[in-house]
Design a protein around this ligand. Structure first.
Ligand code: HEM
Length: 173
């Protein structure tokens, strides 16, 4: 439901590439439930809504988009999209993301069962990105026993050590 099939050879959903089977628990369209919690020592705590789409087109990788919205006004907020790759026949995972704030990052880590833990290997940004700059990012994704997907994001900036910035659970829609 996430990607247009107008250019694909047939209109059927492609078969999942077996290489990405260890990440298949992430696939789907997910909506925050309840709203996510944003925190950071330098900021007032906030809440947000988020729609996540994790899909595939039969290639040995997943496609993702995370689109956050203000809980009251529903105005778009943070947005990011990218790809999740797995080194074939291992549990080594790479997460490649471009963010609307002008940040581009590569995270690497491991999938173990229905949990993915990753940390940034490189972060690049546009020359006029807002300060303070992010120095490192870590994330954990987990599929809980109640079928909900959970994401926790921590970051270190030039002014704060590694601290949690986001925690959110999503239900599949
Ligand atoms: C602030 C990074 C995702 C909402 C910030 C700050 C940084 C940052 C560096 C400034 C912190 C400071 O002033 O000390 C990131 C990164 C993200 C991410 C790297 C993803 C990996 C999100 C998401 C939301 C969000 C999904 C949801 C709406 C905010 C808000 C602020 C903020 C509301 C405070 C106001 C502002 O500076 O714009 N974030 N963020 N962030 N972030 Fe995030």
């Amino acid at each position: 439901p996430c990607l247009s099939n107008l250019l694909s050879q047939d209109c059927e959903t492609p078969q999942l590439n077996p290489v990405v089977e260890p990440l298949s628990w992430m696939l789907g369209t997910w909506l925050s439930d309840p709203p996510g919690d944003g925190t950071f020592p330098s900021m007032k705590p906030f809440q947000y809504l988020e729609e996540v789409c994790i899909s595939h087109v039969g290639q040995p990788m997943l496609n993702f988009s995370f689109n956050a919205f203000h809980p009251d006004t529903r105005k778009p907020m943070h947005r990011e999209c990218g790809f999740i790759r797995i080194k074939p026949d291992t549990n080594k995972v790479a997460f490649i993301s471009a963010q609307n704030t002008g940040l581009v990052e590569v995270e690497e880590g491991e999938v173990n069962g229905q949990e993915l833990s990753i940390a940034s290997h490189s972060v690049a940004r546009i020359s006029f990105a807002k300060k303070p700059h992010v120095e490192q990012i870590t994330r954990k994704f987990r599929l809980n026993s109640d079928g909900k997907l959970e994401q926790t994001v921590s970051m270190a900036t030039t002014t704060q050590p590694m601290t949690q910035h986001l925690h959110i659970t999503y239900k599949k829609v």
